[in-house]
Design a protein around this ligand. Structure first.
Ligand SMILES: CCCCCCCCCCCCCC(=O)SCCNC(=O)CCNC(=O)[C@H](O)C(C)(C)COP(=O)(O)OP(=O)(O)OC[C@H]1O[C@@H](n2cnc3c(N)ncnc32)[C@H](O)[C@@H]1OP(=O)(O)O
Length: 420
C-alpha cells in the first residue's frame, strides 16, 4: 500500500496534485474529455534541469547496445513483488517489440545517465496509439517502463521523468496518456487483480511461488493442474498474416463490449499480435485463431505474451516462464451463456498451448470477460493489483470500478485494454 493510499487525500500527493488528473473525490465535472487544454506555445522547448551529476539521454532502440543497456537497468531494478523474491525480466526482444510499435518516436525513449560513468540509471517510455473511451476516440501515448535505479530512489526523480516525457509528448501534439501501476495514484479509472494458473505446479512450488495447502499433497496439486495434451476446439491454429483483416474485424466487434478499449489499426494488429517465424528471432507473442471449417470464417481468437520473472533468492530455479493472457475475441458473444461456455474451452486451449510451449504459469487480470472463466479454469487469486489511469482525460466511471465487493462472477471488466 502506498503511504498516500490510506487517506486518498490529494494534498498528500505533492506531485500528482499538480497534474491534470481527476481528483479522488470524484467531484470533478464528469463531462467526458480533456481536463486541461494545452497551449503548445507554453510548453518548454528545453528539457527540465536534472539532479547534479546526471544527464538526459534519448535511447535509440534500433541499436542493440541501447536495448541491452535498457535490459540491464530493468532486469535489476524494475517491478518486484512485495517481498522482493520475484522481479519482472523483460527480454531485449520484448523491449524492442513493446517500444517500436507503429508510429513510435525515438524522443519518447527517455533515459537518465550518470554524467561521469555514463551508466543508465533511470528510464521512462511512451508509444502512440488510439483508444476508444465510451463513444470517443482518443489519441494517446501509452506510458510504460518507468524505472529508477535503487540507489536513486526517493529523490523526486520520478516526477522529473514524468514531466520530461509529458513535455516531449506535448511538443508532438499528444496531450493524453494511458498507463497502469500497482500503486494507487489520483485516480484509477479501474483496478484489477492478477490471477495465476499453474502449468508446472511443482516448479512453482519449488521456486516459492505456489504453496502446498495444508490438506493437500504435492501429488494431488500436480494432478489438480494437469491439462490434456491436445487442444479441443476443431479448427484452432496459429494466426497467419492472411488472417489480419478478418482478425481486425473480429477484435473490433468484441472489444466494443468494453467501456475503454484499444482502436487497433491493421499495422498495430500485425505488430502486437502476429509473430513471424524468423531464424534467431525470439517469440514474444503467441496468437491462435479458430477457423470454421464450413464458412472459413474466423470465429475466435486468443493471444498471450511471454514475460519471465527472475527468482531473486532461490538456488534451484532462477526463472519462472510466465504467459500473460493478452487480447482474445469470440463471435460467440451474441449471447452471454454461449460466450461463457465458449471462453471456457477457448482459454483452456490457450493453457494447453502455453503448457506445450513450456510456460510454468499463465497469468490473467480480472478485466475484459475474464471473470467468466478464471475460477473454472483453476486460476489462483494473486496478491498483485493493477490500477488503470488516463492522463489529462476524464470520463464517467467504467462499469466495474465501484464493484469490488461483488463476487467474482459479478465483476465483468469495463476495461478492454491490456498493457504489456
Ligand atoms: C500526454 C503525455 C503524458 C505522459 C505522462 C503520463 C503520466 C505517466 C505516469 C507514469 C506511469 C508509469 C507506468 C509504469 O511504468 S508503472 C511501473 C513503475 N515502475 C516500478 O515499479 C519499478 C520499480 N520502482 C521504481 O523504479 C521507482 O520506485 C519509481 C520510478 C516507480 C518511483 O520512484 P521513487 O520511488 O524513487 O519516487 P520519487 O521520489 O522519484 O517520486 C515520488 C513521486 O512519484 C510518484 N510515483 C511513485 N510510483 C509511481 C508510478 N509507478 N507511477 C507514477 N507515479 C509514481 C509518487 O506517488 C510520488 O509522487 P507524489 O505522491 O508526491 O505526488
Amino acid at each position: 500500500m502506498s503511504p498516500n493510499e490510506a487517506t486518498n487525500n490529494m494534498a498528500a500527493y505533492k506531485f500528482w496534485k499538480t497534474q491534470p488528473v481527476p481528483k479522488f473525490d470524484g467531484k470533478d465535472d464528469i463531462q467526458q474529455g480533456p481536463i486541461k487544454i494545452i497551449d503548445p506555445d507554453e510548453t518548454p522547448k528545453d528539457p527540465y534541469p536534472l539532479l547534479d551529476g546526471f544527464e538526459w539521454v534519448t535511447l535509440d532502440l534500433t541499436e542493440d547496445n541501447n536495448v541491452v543497456e535498457l535490459y540491464n537497468l530493468l532486469s535489476t531494478h524494475y517491478v518486484e513483488d512485495g517481498e522482493g523474491e520475484f522481479r519482472l525480466n523483460y527480454s531485449p526482444a520484448f523491449l524492442r517489440w513493446a517500444l517500436t510499435s507503429p508510429g513510435w518516436q525515438k524522443e519518447w525513449h527517455v533515459g537518465v545517465r550518470a554524467s561521469k560513468s555514463k551508466k543508465l540509471t533511470a528510464f521512462i517510455s511512451g508509444v502512440p496509439t488510439k483508444i476508444r473511451a465510451h463513444d470517443q476516440t482518443v489519441q494517446v501515448v501509452e506510458i510504460n517502463f518507468l524505472c529508477i535505479h535503487k540507489k536513486l530512489r526517493s529523490k523526486r526523480l520520478a516526477p522529473l521523468l514524468i514531466k520530461e516525457i509529458t513535455r516531449r509528448c506535448y511538443l508532438k501534439g499528444i496531450y493524453q496518456a494511458v498507463y497502469t501501476a500497482a500503486v494507487v495514484l489520483p485516480t484509477p479509472i479501474a483496478s484489477y487483480r492478477y490471477f495465476h494458473r499453474p502449468l508446472n505446479w511443482l516448479k512453482l512450488y519449488e521456486a516459492g511461488f505456489a504453496f502446498l495447502p495444508l490438506n493437500s499433497t504435492t501429488g494431488r496439486q500436480v494432478a489438480k493442474y494437469h491439462l490434456p495434451r491436445n487442444t479441443s476446439i476443431p479448427g484452432l491454429r496459429a494466426l497467419r498474416e492472411s488472417d489480419l483483416d478478418a482478425l481486425q474485424h473480429l477484435l473490433e466487434q468484441y472489444l466494443a463490449r468494453f467501456d475503454v478499449s484499444p482502436k487497433f489499426t491493421k499495422d498495430e494488429i500485425r505488430h502486437w499480435l502476429f509473430h513471424e517465424e524468423k531464424k534467431g528471432v525470439e517469440q514474444v507473442v503467441w496468437s491462435y485463431v479458430v477457423e470454421d471449417a464450413q464458412t472459413q470464417k474466423l470465429t475466435d481468437f486468443f493471444s498471450f505474451y511471454s514475460l519471465e520473472s527472475s527468482v531473486t533468492s532461490h538456488s534451484k530455479h532462477d526463472k519462472i516462464r510466465t504467459a500473460y493472457l493478452y487480447y482474445y475475441a469470440s463471435a460467440f458473444s451474441s449471447t452471454e451463456d454461449g460466450l461463457e461456455a465458449r471462453l471456457e474451452i477457448l482459454i483452456n486451449d490457450a493453457l494447453i498451448v502455453a503448457k506445450k510451449a513450456d510456460f510454468d504459469v499463465f497469468n490473467a487480470l480480472n478485466l475484459q470477460d475474464n471473470a467468466l472463466f478464471l475460477e473454472k479454469l483453476r486460476f489462483m487469486n494473486g496478491s498483485g493489483e493493477l490500477n488503470y489511469y488516463l492522463f489529462n482525460y476524464r470520463m464517467p466511471p467504467v462499469r466495474d470500478a465501484q464493484e469490488k465487493n461483488l463476487p467474482l462472477m459479478g465483476r465483468r471488466g469495463g476495461v478492454g485494454i491490456v498493457l504489456v
